[in-house]
Design a binder for this molecule. Structure first.
Ligand code: FEO
Length: 397
């Protein structure tokens, strides 16, 4: 198992989860990695651990560098179990009384998970910890994405340990952006942003501003998942600003489910009409496309058009799932509309509209409902809806 020296005296000692395909409801079709880092200094320091099931893989890497008992201290950048699951066993092996430094909120969260089994020492926001020749400085990043999240910064090396921020769920032997190429890795970073960080976009913009004011320089940005940024670390920070701003684009996502193809026929007509108006369209059937891929497409779209048949006086269950997921992720600046077929009651469009309105979408139409199979008048109504949505989007550049 390879150990990677990220910078002189700083090693990647994480683990690769090649085959995880569901990360608490997020589809990880290329797996993920849990990045942990070992800093060799007067006080040997481990930054984060890994998922509990990957403990031995991390230790196998650590043992290639030092005797684990020589580790002086551990930093926990946030409590979530993909980075802290291995913490109790780690402390048992390196010495139970050794300190685990965490944020003030981390103290509460780690205690909640591990009771009083760890020697937890909270650090101040902006506080420092001497490792010997190096000093770690801590920056709280509450709700990016947990209440206890924080960054750690090594000014001597200009390296930022960014916890989950700037990560991607990607498993591979490549460790650095220049080994894989931006065109390959950025789609994974964007999916990660859309599914993990999107609801905290305002905080992302505030944090980037604060970091700029502090005048921090970055030679490397090392997230807790996926590829490490060393070729041009400012580029991923710039991407986060772009993704957080959520400027509307001339793109529409038509997301739907269908029972006997009537709602699907309506979706096709809507997509055609949008295309005629120069709108870039993604047509996504909810039993073919995972919710985490749909929200990734929605993230940079200007319009979200939701089709649902009515079943048992309700919207279709997959549509309810998607709306629930989307509502929690709080996408901004979207045009919205609903459509769908029904047999005898037809409540789905009303319920979808209520959800889109609750999400503060610009709902441009009361929606289009088709009894059973759409006839010509319904197809014309879908074309009209497409033109209405197109006119509410930014003009083509
Ligand atoms: Fe990768 Fe919030 O854990």
């Amino acid at each position: 198992m390879r150990v990677i020296e990220v910078a002189p005296g700083i090693f990647w000692v994480g683990a690769i989860d090649w085959n995880i395909r569901d990360f608490h409801g997020y589809s990880t079709d290329q797996g993920t990695s849990y990045n942990a880092f070992l800093i060799l200094d007067d006080k040997i320091t481990l930054i984060d651990t890994v998922k509990k099931t990957k403990t031995e893989e991390m230790f196998e890497r650590i043992r290639q560098i030092v005797d684990p008992k020589d580790i002086h201290q551990v930093i926990s950048l946030h409590t979530e179990m993909d980075h802290s699951g291995a913490l109790p066993l780690t402390m048992h092996r390196i010495g139970r009384d050794k300190p685990v430094y965490c944020s003030q909120m981390g103290l509460r969260n780690l205690k909640s998970h591990f009771k009083d089994d760890l020697n937890l020492i909270p650090v101040e926001n902006g506080g420092s910890l001497s490792l010997g020749k190096r000093t770690l400085t801590f920056l709280e990043t509450r709700m990016l994405h947990w209440p206890d999240s924080m960054f750690a910064y090594l000014p001597q090396d200009e390296i930022l340990f960014s916890s989950d921020a700037f990560g991607q769920h990607y498993a591979g032997l490549e460790r650095f952006d220049d080994e894989i190429g931006l065109d390959v890795i950025l789609p994974y970073a964007r999916k990660y942003y859309a599914n993990i960080l999107l609801p905290f976009s305002g905080l992302v913009l505030g944090l980037v501003k604060k970091v700029q004011e502090l005048g921090l320089k970055f030679r490397m940005v090392l997230p807790d998942h996926g590829i490490l940024w060393r070729r041009d670390p400012l580029s991923i920070i710039g991407k986060y600003v772009e993704w957080a701003e959520q400027k509307p684009t001339r793109k529409a996502v038509v997301v739907y489910d269908t029972m006997w193809h009537s709602t699907e026929t309506m979706a096709d007509a809507l997509a055609d009409a949008l295309g005629e108006e120069g709108v870039r369209v993604k047509l996504m059937h909810l039993r073919s496309c995972h919710r985490s891929d749909v929200i990734t497409e929605i993230h940079d779209a200007g319009a979200v058009l939701v089709g649902s048949p009515t079943i048992n006086n309700q919207m279709f269950p997959t549509v309810a799932d998607m709306l629930c997921y989307m509502k929690g992720l709080k996408p901004l600046n979207k045009v919205g509309a609903a459509f769908g077929s029904y047999g005898w009651s037809g409540e789905a469009v009303k319920y979808v509209n209520a959800e889109l309105t609750a999400m503060k979408f610009n709902v441009v139409s009361p929606g289009v409902r088709s009894p059973f199979v759409p006839e010509d008048d319904i197809m014309r109504a879908m074309a009209d809806l497409g033109r209405m949505v197109a006119s509410a989007l930014p003009p083509a550049p």
